[in-house]
Design a protein around this ligand. Sequence first.
Ligand code: HEM
Length: 282
Amino acid sequence: MPAPDGIGDSGLVFFIALAAVTAAGWLTREDPASTRLDWNYQLGVIGGVMLLALLAYPLRKRLRSLRHLGSMKSWLRGHAILGLAGPTVILFHADFQLGAVNSNVALFSMLLVMASGLVGRYLYQKIHYKAHGTEITLQDLKDYLGTSKHDVAQAPFMSAEALVALQRFEQAELPQPAAQGARAWKILTLGFRKRLTQRAIDKLLWQDRVAHCESDGFGRIQAEALWNYERVLSRNYLEAVRVVAEYQIYLRIFALWHVIHIPLMVMLVITAVVHVVAVHLY
Ligand code: HEM
């Protein structure tokens, strides 16, 4: 089974380093000996430019003329780095303190968009799978499900009851697209339901093996070997159903996330412009 595309070791190191720098900034925020205050204005400009620069990613995504400029993955990585480092610089610019109302609104809008970005990154990695270096699609996962289902159905001596239970699990967990939104929360317990079904199927398979040992002409060792083989096939099927169900639901949540993220982003732009104008006017 392919694995989701995670943030990687370097991403984790970057994240931890940034968290450490932020914590250090927070702990020394009232230190009068700090030279940081001398750089406040410049830090605001640098952080602002970083936030503007991260908008290159949606541009790269949408503009055909930029298509030849690097992979989307690298651009998104750059976007995430700027999306975390930019707000960190702005926090230093604000010296980790609240100020005038317009500054506070801009600051919280930025933190909200950054937090939303982190959620988006989590959802993104749930629907970007890689197998042998190539990204795989929902259709690839559905094909894998079809193969696992076929393997189970074609297995000789497979218990009819276990087959029915497996198909019931698929019907229950793979709803029609219209019903997917309403079932989104069920994703939290999908793994648990899969394990319960797995246990029930193991039992059904074993009961079937014991009941048909003699008529199928198997000794105990052969029956156990066959049981293990059938368990592997049924586990593959259940896992394929889980992966497809999870992918479909995350796809819908991610689409919803886009709808929320863009207005937050617009709010950030407006509040940042108001802040910059207010700072220069008063
Ligand atoms: C203040 C900081 C941030 C701003 C202003 C910002 C802004 C944006 C914008 C405008 C988009 C494009 C939405 C679209 O194409 O429909 C986007 C997408 C995205 N951002 Fe951010 N973002 C920020 C921080 C972050 C952070 C910190 C991360 C991850 C660690 C992140 C991850 C993403 C992801 C995964 C997407 C969706 C990519 C896709 O659908 O192709 N963002 N962001």
